[in-house]
Ligand binder design. Structure first.
Ligand code: CMC
Length: 393
């Protein structure tokens, strides 16, 4: 074990070479396939960004139309899959349903397991990106005891997702253009972030040559945790707690600084960004624009702004270079759209899926792809004789 270098949490371990996403944590730079993230804000189109991440360049008109048509064609779930929903209790966490159902796709599309065939990969990717929406919407409808709404082939990606969540069988949900634009941008800003916990999980599982669906199902589980994608739910609970008067913003920040409290300022801090997180800055602007456009006010936004102000002036956060991350404002946007809090991390997963797929495929194409198998430093007992039951006391 003398040769093994420990790096808990892999803070300083490069696991692969990748050409998908570039981050400069000191400068607050994030680029997808070389394109600065800010440039997606003009006419945000999540489907186009997904294609870019997966296939390495912006699609031509025909490529885009072909991909969008594939997404429309594959939006339905197999009836067998629909029956699965009935088995889940109403209170089932939607992230558990999402992971289980993505894994279940392995049962319904075994023909897509052929790892080396680019055409089959393309078909698997399109099915997954399309069906994750339907699964997410059905998980929500099931939790509310509402009838499932079929995908509408006339609708684009984002309006179709909201339609399946919110339409009534006899009344189509009207998707405001500003909502559609904001949600496209939210999904794009979540779409990839190099070797984060869930993406590394997808690569880890995929390195054993597990299929795309199984690998992405594992990614959903990793994303679920409160230090990763689950932070967007925690942020909302923190803001609600302050709003209902249990704690003031100042008291919350004080608790977050106290290491004995186990409380953290949720939506703050990042392993890579040490100056600012460009996604948080963009989302901070989106939330203002959306609320103004919808003619609404949200007291939770004022609380978030207040928390940010206090933290950014506090030596604890300054010294540790802790800034708002992607989860700090995203929840207020989702809330303005009408998405319930327990679905927030599911929306993160829908956004992150193209990144997972891109990484799974990139790794699959790399000739030096070895199974991921870290080492350890053993600290247990050297050797110990087995004792029969009667000898133990
Ligand atoms: N509130 C209070 N203290 C914090 C926070 C926070 N949010 N984040 C880090 N610290 C402190 C931590 O206690 C440690 O202090 P000390 O040096 O005195 O021991 C120091 O800052 C370094 O923290 P770390 O835990 O070693 O940093 P990390 O790189 O391992 O963790 C993080 C990064 C994002 C998990 C962490 O900052 C955190 O828990 N943030 C809150 C949860 C959150 O918002 N997660 C979303 C991350 S961004 C999107 C995503 O990945 O989903």
């Amino acid at each position: 074990t003398g040769l093994i270098t420990l790096d808990p949490g892999y803070g300083n371990t490069g696991s692969c070479e990748s050409a998908i996403t570039f981050i400069d944590g000191e400068q607050g730079i994030l680029r997808y396939r070389g394109i600065p993230i800010e440039q997606f804000a003009e006419q945000p189109n999540f489907v186009e960004a997904a294609w870019l991440l997966i296939f390495g360049r912006l699609p031509t008109h025909d490529e885009y139309r072909g991909f969008a048509a594939d997404l429309t064609r594959h939006a339905d779930l197999h009836e067998g899959m629909k029956h699965h929903f009935e088995g889940f209790p109403r209170s089932a966490p939607p992230m558990a349903i999402l992971s289980a159902m993505i894994n279940a796709l392995s049962c319904f599309h075994p023909e897509l397991f052929e790892l080396e065939d680019p055409e089959r990969f393309r078909m698997a990717a399109a099915r997954l990106i399309s069906k994750i929406r339907t699964i997410a919407a059905y998980a929500y409808r099931h939790s509310r005891g509402l009838p499932y709404i079929y995908p509408d082939p006339q609708l684009r990606y984002v309006p179709n997702l909201l339609h399946m969540m919110f339409s009534h069988p006899y009344r189509q949900w009207d998707c405001d253009e500003a909502v559609c634009e904001a949600l496209n941008l939210v999904l794009i800003l979540h779409a990839d972030h190099e070797q984060n916990c869930s993406t590394s999980t997808v690569r880890m599982v995929g390195s054993s040559r597990a299929n795309l669906f199984a690998s992405c199902a594992a990614g959903v589980c990793a994303l679920w945790g409160p230090l990763h994608g689950g932070a967007n739910v925690e942020v909302m609970q923190m803001l609600e707690q302050i709003h209902t008067g249990n704690l003031t913003a100042e008291e919350y920040v004080r608790l977050a600084k106290d290491r004995d409290s186990q409380v953290r300022l949720m939506g703050f801090g990042h392993r890579v960004y040490k100056n600012f997180d460009p996604r948080a800055q963009m989302l901070g602007r989106v939330v203002e624009g959306l609320l103004t456009r919808l003619g609404r006010e949200d007291p939770l936004l004022d609380i978030a702004r207040r928390l940010e102000e206090i933290a950014l002036e506090d030596p604890y956060f300054i010294d540790r270079k802790l800034y708002p991350n992607v989860d700090f404002y995203s929840g207020i946007i989702l809330r303005a759209i009408g998405i319930p809090t327990n679905m927030f991390t599911v929306f993160f997963a829908i956004g992150r899926l193209p990144g997972w797929i891109a990484h799974w495929w990139e790794q699959n194409q790399q000739l030096d792809n070895r199974i991921a198998r870290p080492r350890q430093v053993y600290v247990g007992e050297r050797e110990h004789a087995y004792l029969t039951m009667g000898q133990r006391f």
